[in-house]
Design a binder for this molecule. Structure first.
Ligand code: GDP
Ligand code: MG
Length: 263
């Protein structure tokens, strides 16, 4: 993309964010977030979202917690089901991807009063009791960015290709960032609500490694905590088969590392 096209894309992105925030204010007039926002991107999760939201803890690390779900291009009723289950929900008018949705969620959480953010997925792969485990070091002030690790904990996903990818990318990113990382694509991560705004995040879909590499290379205190990765309850990954997942993941790792080295 040339500079002009990039500027235009950024303008469109900002407009979509504004529309989603307006939708959020209409649906939840005057709503604020408590100390902890559990930020979740959800797309075509009609069969999973209600049980995921109702299983979330209302208190994390002694602080009250609230789910904030970002749905984009909602075409299967995921947003209404999330609201009915008790989540605050922002709906973007077009589908952009998990990265764009989480970025928007981080902004809404920060602007509506949350102090801490912890992320989860809408597909039932996260154990709700792990959220507090990952958040605790940030609340205690001993880490700025805390990531879940299935390799320190356990995984119930028995795909040899996925698990090899997780192992290889962990080594690659550890080498690139000179920081020991064991799981670079875990859905659970925690940080203070104002932290994400200090990073350059522009990956629309494959956001995990962009956030992780940018955070570590910005020099913050990084830690990992053991978590369990469950198998998806219903449906399938929105990110393509193993080959295209791996290719996209590699692209984001290399692009982010090169970009952050120049900073
Ligand atoms: N808002 C939004 N969420 C998405 C999109 N794609 C995936 N997600 C959500 O991101 C989470 C992880 O997605 P998933 O497809 O399971 O990816 P994987 O776990 O990395 O294989 C789930 O909660 C999805 O519903 C998207 O385009 N928009
Ligand atoms: Mg998943």
């Amino acid at each position: 993309m040339n500079d002009r096209a990039q500027r235009r894309a950024a303008q469109v992105d900002a407009l979509v964010d504004e529309l989603a925030k307006a939708d959020f204010d209409l649906a939840h007039p005057g709503a604020t977030l408590p100390e902890v926002a559990i930020v979740i991107a959800a797309y075509k999760e009609r069969d999973n979202i209600a049980s995921v939201i109702t299983a979330l803890p209302e208190v994390l690390c002694g602080r009250s917690a609230q789910a904030l779900v970002v749905v984009d291009g909602d075409d299967d009723g995921t947003a209404a089901l999330a609201r009915a289950a008790g989540a605050l929900v922002a709906v973007a008018p077009v589908n952009r991807g998990q990265g764009a949705a989480l970025r928007l969620g981080y902004a809404i959480a920060r602007e509506r009063g949350a102090t801490f953010i912890v992320t989860a997925d809408a597909d039932g792969q996260v154990l709700p009791s792990d959220l507090g485990v990952v958040l605790q070091p940030v609340v205690d002030g001993v880490a700025d960015f805390s990531n879940g690790s299935r390799r320190l904990g356990k995984t119930e996903v028995h795909s040899a290709a996925r698990n090899t990818g997780i192992f290889v990318f962990a080594h690659l990113i550890s080498l690139f960032t000179r920081t020991k990382v064991t799981d670079t694509a875990n859905p659970i991560r925690a940080f203070r609500a104002d932290f994400a705004a200090t990073l350059q995040l522009d990956e629309p879909q494959f956001q995990a490694s962009e956030l992780l590499i940018s955070a570590i290379m910005s020099g913050v205190r990084f830690t990992e905590r053991p978590v369990t990765m469950k198998a998806r309850v219903v449906g399938h990954s929105k990110k393509g088969g193993n080959f295209s997942y791996g290719r996209n993941y590699s692209r984001v790792v290399i692009r982010t590392w090169l970009r952050e080295r120049r900073r």
